[in-house]
Ligand binder design. Structure first.
Ligand code: ATP
Ligand code: MG
Length: 416
């Protein structure tokens, strides 16, 4: 059976769970569409530089988690680890820079070679939005607000907390970088191996470390908010004021950074205690530098991505595949007529399952098991009189009636 297993960290999604995924995605598409975000789809694989350039050569996603491969033309391709780079590339490629702002939503599978755990997979789905062409801090507020409404629609907002922070502009970040390096250098011998590496490559990313010892050292680390220039400070203030005006609660986490190179200014995450270590369900921020990193003009952007599997772990399932009516013949010779009847029922909007084989008692057992409300039964007498037998499976009552009448009865029942 070993051969039937999926690859580690990659799963089949059976109907009941997929139904939850689809509902999580549908709600996202619906709410973001009300905010005029239109759905876009980009390829699942791209030239690897589309991700490597903006994410940064030293980011985990690029160094450790990538699925890079060469195709038959010797092009180096990468399965997408995230959605933003592809959306911005598509926006540039479509020549939409004169038509900003542009608001996009997307969903689909992402791929990261991570250590699989509950809520951490190697193939997982994200739903996300991107707002391109607006540097106004109110766009950050809008984007966070769409996320807030989305999580509220899913019934999850009360079990989530919004953390926000700012990474400031480049000047502020450089100032902060210096003092952060000075502070962390004193603890160099106690930092994790990864963090020591990052100390020279990208020290800000150490703030994102999941290592407990690192986190202890970081408690007393200098606060970026103390190193922002006036412009970055004012900007952050406008964002928090905007959130307050909308009644969106947040707390500022000075160590919140996004692990990718293209972020600046606002960074935020909605987190829960309910999913253990994989508590971030929706995360995003501002990425004004991304367009330029891809070779395009300076186009500001802000957006977020939500983990569909993580959100699905939190929403209740109301999955049902219960038919309105089941069809059964007293013998197999009636199956063709039943298939013909099935078509009329489906055309009338009903949900139908047909039982082809087995004894009558077996068929009724299955009808009960799947919780069907009605059965349509066909035998010699029914065919002769051009009627069907409609059985109400709850009351047990039966009548010989015309198919059209039966359809009306079933429809009235299903609508009540
Ligand atoms: P984490 O801190 O949990 O590693 P991240 O910062 O890498 O998350 P992002 O790149 O911001 O996550 O992706 C946005 C969202 O996508 C996350 O908040 C999470 O819900 C989801 N996500 C990220 N990686 C995975 C994964 N390997 N498996 C399942 N969901 C994921
Ligand atoms: Mg991660």
């Amino acid at each position: 059976m070993d051969k039937l297993r999926t690859v580690r960290g990659v799963h089949d999604t059976l109907p009941e769970v997929l139904d939850k995924h689809n509902k999580v995605i549908d709600k996202g598409l619906k709410i973001s569409n009300q905010y005029c975000y239109s759905q876009i789809e980009t390829p699942i694989f791209e030239f690897s530089e589309i991700f490597i350039k903006p994410l940064g050569k030293s980011s985990d996603i690029v160094t450790k988690e990538n699925y890079i491969f060469k195709d038959r033309s010797d092009d180096e391709l990468m399965l997408r680890p995230e959605g933003t780079s592809g959306v911005v590339r598509a926006f540039l490629n479509a020549g939409l820079i004169q038509e900003v702002p542009q608001r996009f939503s997307y969903f689909g599978p992402m791929f990261r070679y991570e250590r699989p755990q509950k809520g951490r997979l190697r193939q997982f789905k994200q739903f996300g939005i991107e707002c391109l062409g607006l540097s106004n801090p109110m766009a950050d507020v809008e984007v966070i607000s769409v996320g807030y409404d989305y999580l509220q629609e899913l019934g999850l907002i009360n079990s989530l907390t919004l953390k926000i922070n700012t990474l400031g502009d480049e000047e502020s970040r450089l100032n902060y970088r210096k003092v952060l390096i000075e502070y962390l250098n004193d603890y160099k011998s106690n930092l994790s191996e990864d963090s020591v590496k990052r100390l020279s490559q990208n020290p800000l990313r150490i703030l994102d470390s999941k290592n407990q010892n690192d986190q202890k050292i970081l408690i007393k680390a200098p606060n970026i908010l103390d190193y922002l220039n006036q412009e970055s400070k004012d900007r952050f203030e406008k964002v928090t004021e905007g959130l307050e005006a909308l009644g969106i609660d947040y707390y500022i986490d000075k160590n919140l950074v996004r692990g990718l190179d293209y972020y600046c200014h606002t960074a935020f995450e909605f987190i829960t205690e309910k999913l253990g270590a994989q508590g971030t369900v929706l995360a995003g921020g501002r990425y004004d530098g991304l367009s330029k990193m891809l070779g395009g003009p300076d186009i500001p952007g802000v957006g977020w991505a939500a983990g569909v599997e993580r959100l699905s772990l939190m929403v209740e399932s109301d999955f049902s595949n219960k038919p309105d009516v089941v069809l059964l013949g007293v013998s197999e010779e009636y199956n063709t007529s039943l298939l013909y009847i099935m078509k009329s029922l489906v055309k009338s909007g009903l949900k139908v399952e047909i039982f082809y084989t087995g004894s009558m008692s077996k068929k009724f057992k299955r009808a009960n098991k799947i919780n069907a409300s009605f059965a349509i039964i066909l035998g010699e007498e029914e065919i002769k009189n051009k009627v069907i037998k409609l059985k109400n499976l709850f009351s047990g009552s039966e009548e010989l009636i015309r198919l059209e009448t039966a359809i009306e009865t079933i429809k009235n029942f299903s609508n009540n």
